[in-house]
Design a protein around this ligand. Structure first.
Ligand SMILES: Nc1nc2c(ncn2[C@@H]2O[C@H](COP(=O)(O)OP(=O)(O)O)[C@@H](O)[C@H]2O)c(=O)[nH]1
Ligand SMILES: [Mg+2]
Length: 360
């Protein structure tokens, strides 16, 4: 399962965010290292398609897609030179698939710490960039020597040198000139800033009314890949709402003009950013959302359900969600000839409702 890590300075709101998503568990306290060991939690990805399909099929069971999140303890300046806590901080980031920077903008004189999200972003990025630079420089000497003998390594060395160049000017790889393919090429170096990243700005209630003046400078600082990757929300409100039962939660959020709250769209943004997509299965027994990587072919998607499905893949019966809902049932769709038969080269799309045929 895909895992994303909350990275921020002490008191930015990471544990509160964790609580909001997990509905309790981690300790939210106004001092550093309330959470020295990372807490790992799981959040289901809200998806109304699952509910509507379950209704259509009269399913006994509903399963949503889910992602894991890790509350990583606060960064101390100088982590990259790192001993103890600093090293642990960086190694926890190394283990996640994507980074969620939690940046504090909320004002509260009882809670110490910076309330300038751009300044915090810079502090965090400096540590990550420094750590990447150090580890790439260490590995590059060996690679350059190897490339003199093995010419096939020339491309990799060239990419590595461009990465070092960007890092030396203080630019994290996620907003450097390196393409996704370049970053893929550097996969084996376990670089922190090669991971996808988004920034979540923790607003107070007042800022929530007019968030743009707070978010705009963060967007500018976060760079060209950051246009949709900066999200503003009030973690405290979301955390309070998360403690309530479903009905009171909706009441509270609606009274505040927050609709469903910001957590669903935050989870969606994260899911998308990771290149994750959803296909669905539906029947009387169960309606379920399955997570696959964008661009997967049918057998790989089938493998998400069971490895036997991938090995013994024959074909897939597929209909897009809106069409299926319009027709009103799986067997009806078959009867009217709307189930497409797709083979092993079919690229599965988000929102495909699928039944796999396989043979083991
Ligand atoms: N006023 C206000 N306080 C907040 C907000 N979010 C978190 N806090 C408080 O700030 C303190 C630190 O939050 P915490 O989630 O533990 O931060 P962490 O160090 O990043 O894990 C706690 O006392 C929270 O209750 C917010 O949106 N508004
Ligand atoms: Mg914490």
């Amino acid at each position: 399962m895909e895992k994303f890590g909350f990275v921020g300075l002490p008191n930015a709101g990471k544990s509160s965010l964790y609580n909001a998503l997990a509905g309790g568990g981690a300790l939210a306290a106004p001092y550093a290292f309330a959470t020295v060991d990372p807490n790992v939690g799981m959040a289901k990805v809200p998806d109304e398609r699952v509910e509507r399909l379950a209704e259509m099929s009269d399913s006994k069971n509903i399963v949503y897609a889910s992602v894991q999140f890790v509350d990583i303890a606060g960064l101390v300046k100088g982590a990259a030179q790192g001993e103890g806590l600093g090293n642990r901080f960086l190694s926890h980031i190394r283990e996640v698939d994507a980074i969620v920077f939690v940046l504090r903008a909320f004002e509260d004189t009882d809670v110490p710490g910076s309330v300038d999200p751009v300044e915090q972003l810079e502090t965090l990025e400096v540590e990550l960039v420094y750590a990447d630079l150090e580890s790439l420089e260490k590995q590059s000497e060996k690679k350059r020597k190897a490339a003199r003998v093995d010419k096939s390594l020339a491309d990799e060395v060239e990419t590595m040198e461009r990465a070092i160049g960007a890092l030396q000017t203080g630019i994290p790889l996620y907003r450097s000139d390196l393409t996704d393919d370049d970053l893929e090429e550097l996969h084996g170096y376990f670089l922190l800033t090669a991971k996808p990243a988004i920034a979540l700005v923790n607003l107070d209630e007042e800022q929530l009314e007019n968030p743009e003046p707070v978010l705009e400078p963060v967007r500018a600082a976060f760079g060209h890949r950051g246009a949709e990757a900066v999200i503003g929300l009030c973690i405290q409100l979301e955390a309070e709402a998360a403690l309530l039962d479903a009905e009171s939660r909706i009441e509270m959020l609606e009274a505040l003009g927050l609709g469903q709250g910001a957590l669903p769209s935050f989870l969606h943004a994260t899911y998308e950013m990771l290149g994750l997509r959803t296909f669905l299965t539906t029947g009387e027994k169960e309606t379920r959302a399955w997570t696959f990587r964008a661009g997967s072919k049918a057998p790989q998607a089938a493998g998400v359900i069971h490895t036997d499905f991938e090995r013994g893949f024959i074909r897939a019966e597929v209909v897009q969600y809106p069409e299926l809902i319009e027709i009103g049932g799986w067997s009806k769709s078959r009867d009217v000839g709307k189930l497409r038969l797709e083979g092993k080269d079919y690229e599965v799309l988000d929102g495909d409702v699928v039944e796999f045929r396989f043979n083991v």
